[in-house]
Design a protein around this ligand. Structure first.
Ligand SMILES: NC(=O)C1=CN([C@@H]2O[C@H](COP(=O)(O)OP(=O)(O)OC[C@H]3O[C@@H](n4cnc5c(N)ncnc54)[C@H](OP(=O)(O)O)[C@@H]3O)[C@@H](O)[C@H]2O)C=CC1
Ligand SMILES: CC(=O)N[C@@H](CCC(=O)OP(=O)(O)O)C(=O)O
Length: 326
């Protein structure tokens, strides 16, 4: 049995993480934590999320004493916290010997120079960062087993990389174009004007400047154009990607490339049939659908995931299971 503390448990990904770990027979939840002065401290998680009424756990303030107790009692921590919060907590828990599964972007680049540019802070823990691995579960299994510092990928990068990585050896220099729409939970539970009910209307944002563009490019090994959109629905991401493949590429080559997922139960690949969000929301699955034009050698692939599940919590659970060989 592995004992895990969940920090940021009142947020959307933290609550989802709690519900998933709660169901695991070989994992136990040591505690749920929020910030020391959180408005939600000492409330039951089920007061915030009545759909989790079966989980009778309180949200505890992450005091210095609580941190020491976590170190004494836990094997691992899940950080479902903002990047800047995770930056410090991940380093501290890692240095105390715990395994860290961080849902934020604070450890997803090995290149220190990316952090001031995309996250607005200098990375203060280069030695911890050097130990961090990217936790795209279907691709990085060996690394996830080896290290104690796992950076769980972002939601848009998960959808995009699962679709694109098999195609990388077949791509030309032309940049793949990724258009993706996310539900509003992607922005977290905190109150913000642009995610309030009357403000949300399908629109692009972060055009040519979203931090997930370099994350996708880094872990694909190929530059991309990435345009996220906010949709007026709660959960899910649909990324539709147009990519030019080398002249002479055949439909069979692509079928073979996507065969890499033949033994990945959570990834479903369909030719000439496109996914829809309703089929993946509330599941850990990724559905891919693709079509290829042999004349122009352009391929269009759509990738659908639940941003809070495969885009965050269920992928973190995959990483936990891979790491502990559960
Ligand atoms: N939402 C999504 O679809 C995805 C999110 N992510 C990433 O996961 C992380 C969490 O996202 P999300 O769940 O959406 O965020 P939320 O805003 O919904 O939740 C953040 C949580 O962190 C807590 N928190 C804030 N400050 C501290 C602190 N100093 N110590 C302990 N807890 C703290 C908050 O509670 P309180 O403020 O009351 O203390 C809350 O529980 C982020 O890094 C995000 O980028 C990754 C993939 C997908
Ligand atoms: C709709 C929405 O706002 N989505 C978030 C992405 C959330 C995510 O995956 O997160 P990381 O911050 O962990 O990379 C955004 O665009 O910032």
């Amino acid at each position: 049995m592995k004992s895990i503390a969940i920090i940021g448990a009142s947020g959307y990904t933290g609550a989802q993480m709690t519900a998933l770990i709660y169901e695991q027979p070989t994992l136990s939840i040591q505690g749920l934590y929020v910030s020391e002065n959180s408005l939600d401290k000492d409330k039951l998680l089920s007061e915030l999320y009545p759909n989790y009424s079966h989980i009778s756990l309180a949200l505890q303030p992450l005091s210095p004493h609580a941190k020491d107790t976590i170190v004494a009692e836990c094997d691992a921590v899940v950080l479902a916290t903002d990047h800047k919060v995770s930056l410090h907590l991940a380093a501290w828990f890692y240095q105390q010997g715990l395994v860290v599964f961080d849902l934020s972007g604070a450890y997803r680049f090995s290149d220190l120079a990316q952090y001031p540019k995309w996250y607005g802070f200098e990375h203060e823990y280069p030695q911890v960062l050097a130990q961090a691995v990217y936790g795209l579960a279907e691709w990085d299994q060996g690394q996830i087993e080896q290290t104690k510092m796992i950076a769980v990928p972002g939601c848009y990068p998960t959808a995009s990389l699962i679709a694109l990585k098999p195609l990388a050896p077949l791509m030309t220099q032309t940049l793949p174009v990724i258009n993706a729409v996310s539900g509003v939970t992607g922005a977290g539970r905190k109150v913000q004007l642009h995610t309030s009910f009357c403000e949300v209307s399908l629109m692009p944002y972060g055009v040519l400047g979203h931090r997930h563009q370099p994350e996708i490019a880094t872990h694909l090994g190929h530059e991309v154009i990435f345009t996220p959109h906010l949709g007026n629905f709660k959960r899910g991401i649909l990324a539709t990607i147009t990519v030019e493949l080398e002249a002479g590429t055949t439909t069979e080559d692509i079928e073979k490339a996507y065969g890499v997922y033949d033994n990945s139960p959570l990834v479903t690949v369909k030719h000439n049939q496109f996914p829809k969000l309703d089929d993946v929301v509330q599941t850990p699955n990724c559905h891919l659908g693709w079509k290829f034009d042999e004349q122009t050698h352009y391929l269009v692939v759509s990738s659908a995931i639940d941003n809070l599940m495969k885009g965050a919590a269920s992928q973190a659970l995959q990483c936990i299971k891979i790491h502990y060989k559960l």
